[in-house]
Design a protein around this ligand. Structure first.
Ligand code: ADP
Ligand code: ADP
Length: 237
């Protein structure tokens, strides 16, 4: 499904941030990326959707190598990848529903009240997603009235609205308290399992990774230093 081949990144300043990373993520697998700050976790995630330009290597999404695509082709391919961020990146002045619908387009339309312009089927689907993440009753609230956990639920629903084939999740719980973090991780992993949706989750918190991830990849100084199950991680430390 997703295959990284010899992926490397050296920023203009400094040592290699990512060195020769090769790994595959099959359909339905939820992979947690762990490692100390500066290990290259964000760089890895950002190289996959090319928010960061890899120095060398391939990012194969199915049969397509995302590295080297033109801007127009990349835009099309990015629709296949759902992103969930630490800081949610919601549009504060829009409603929950509008934020979810914007995931379908991959951008926020500038028209006022764009709800009315959406096909009924999209709106219906967005309601189903909001129901799934437990936020149906907040559909018409503005995003800026939500708690952190609620915001991340909107972030999840928005990423799913585009029907992605892969989810990239960058420190989804870094701004949340421990209890809310576990709720969000549970929701995220259940939804991925229901849909057979593969995910790469950059997760700072090792116990949380061990509790929820099927596979854990450890990075250190840009290299893969561990790749195994949570149980194997416990044995190796
Ligand atoms: P992590 O997510 O594991 O904390 P990062 O991928 O953010 O690690 O960083 C890996 C290395 O790359 C670090 O040494 C960091 O300072 C460096 N780095 C990250 N982003 C940039 C950038 N935009 N420019 C230069 N160096 C960067
Ligand atoms: P993270 O929390 O993901 O490790 P940081 O807080 O280290 O990220 O960095 C925040 C932003 O600064 C990111 O966009 C990252 O790419 C960039 N950055 C990180 N390290 C460097 C660096 N050494 N030089 C330039 N930009 C950097």
């Amino acid at each position: 499904m997703l295959k990284l081949e010899g992926l490397s990144k050296t920023y203009k300043t400094g040592d290699p941030a990512l060195s020769d990373v090769t790994l595959s993520v099959p359909k339905g697998q939820i992979l947690g990326l762990i490692g100390p700050s500066g290990a290259g976790k964000s760089t890895l995630i950002r190289c996959i959707n090319r928010l960061v330009e890899p120095t060398s290597g391939k990012v194969m999404l199915g049969d397509v190598n995302l590295v080297g695509l033109s801007k127009a082709d990349l835009r099309r391919q990015r629709r296949r990848i759902g992103m969930i961020f630490q800081e949610y990146a919601l549009v504060e002045r829009l409603t929950v529903m509008e934020n979810v619908l914007s995931g379908r387009l991959g951008y926020v339309p500038f028209w006022r009240s764009f709800m009315r312009k959406y096909p009924a089927a999209d709106i219906q689907r967005a309601y189903q997603l909001l129901d799934r993440v437990g936020l149906l009753e907040k559909a018409d609230n503005r995003a800026d009235a939500l708690s952190g956990g609620q915001r991340q639920r909107v972030g999840i629903a928005r990423a799913l609205a585009q029907d992605p084939e892969l989810l990239l999740v960058d420190e989804p719980t870094a701004s949340l308290d421990p209890k809310t973090s576990r709720q969000i991780m549970r929701l995220l992993t259940e939804i991925c399992a229901e849909r057979g949706l593969p995910a790469i989750v950059n997760i700072h918190d090792v116990p949380l990774a061990q509790q929820f991830m099927q596979r854990i990849v450890g990075l250190r100084a840009g290299r893969v230093v561990f790749d195994g199950t949570p149980d194997q991680l416990t044995e190796s430390t």
